[in-house]
Design a protein around this ligand. Sequence first.
Ligand code: GLN
Length: 455
Amino acid sequence: TEACLNAIEGADALGAFVHNTPDLAREQAKAADARLAKGDAPNMCGIPLGIKDLFCTKGVPSQAASGILNGFKPEYESTVSQNLFDAGSVMLGKLNMDEFAMGSSNETSVYGNAVNPWRRGNEETALTPGGSSGGSASAVAADLCLGATGTDTGGSIRQPAAFVGITGIKPTYGRCSRWGIVAFASSLDQAGPMTKTVRDAAIMLETMCSHDPKDSTSTDLPVPDFEAMLTGDIKGKTIGIPKEYRMDGMPDEIETLWAQGKDMLADAGAKIVDISLPHTKYALPAYYVIAPAEASSNLARYDGVRYGHRAQMAQGDGITEMYEKTRAEGFGAEVKRRVMIGTYVLSAGFYDAYYNRARRVRALIKRDFEEVFDQGVDAILTPATPSAAFELGRETSDPVEMYLNDVFTVTVNLAGLPGIAVPTGLDKQGLPLGLQLIGRPWEEGDLLNTAYALE
Ligand code: GLN
């Protein structure tokens, strides 16, 4: 804990931590020492972590990197962070992210962007750590903490993990409780760990998962000992390679990486088969209807009355002016864009044309996966991202360009499946690249074990 606190002090330039909690960390570390001395401490006991700012942490600022939650200190703890603290883990502070987890570069944060600790060759150009869990990615990659919580609605754990060369898993929808995590798109949001290795991810995920009556979508299936499932033995497993993920204009290096991944799994005894997920091309448009629709509804609660920021009122202003001014001041541009898209696609005149159609497409995407799993496929191997980390500022002017970052990851959220990004190589300029494995629902243990064979 002390080593991490020191490292954080020297790493301001990364912009990874947005709020440090050294006093709490030392208190928790002391309690962990006492438990360890007694000899009955769980695996996560004493492990110093960073917590994404999307998680409500009791008495500690939790702003989802938004101006509208300025000064908000929750009275309660999210179930996931509580599970980690119950196991003796230590919170070093809160981590940077895109505002309300909307973004792929950590540039929509009210705190300013986080920075990728990696550089392209000898260049000085600062690169994005990805998003929305950019602070989590940067902090783990730079050794400011041993692990971090992330959340993933369309790729926000897996894309940043790939951009900084670490492991990140989004479990099956319902594995981790969403209670106390600021909602973005409730039918897609899941928490997961971001760590240096697959083994760390297995240990941390197990601690994060629990059945939670406070989240009606949380599963009551037992949580397996994921670490014990890391045997490295994947003999006889069938790995599917979906042809629709071979995109036009994909850099050669991503193609090569994907081929190397196939070879590694084949060498470990897996059977590699070509598969088809025919509705893949509709995933991104469907996601960018469904996610904003749910966001526009979830964000209606930020009205200047209940939480955080309230605008200065002028003489004669009524409640409507108060709402308008508060929301105009409190939300950033990307969040406003999503709220507008969301209210538009949910409006009476366009509901069927957009929202309902996107829901039907979502069902087809889910069925594509079910069919290949029924044919005996155990896991699916794809690239995690269409490129390596890009320069900060490069894609901010074009939202659609930014949305393309999620092309390989959103299908997994739409289908509710577990997906993991594993660092598997470097590009010509020395930047990390990752591959993604997609697993059957509730089979995170098998998925982690397959990822272990790729590591
Ligand atoms: N980049 C995607 C978006 O902006 C995904 C974000 C996420 O997974 N939270 O919506």
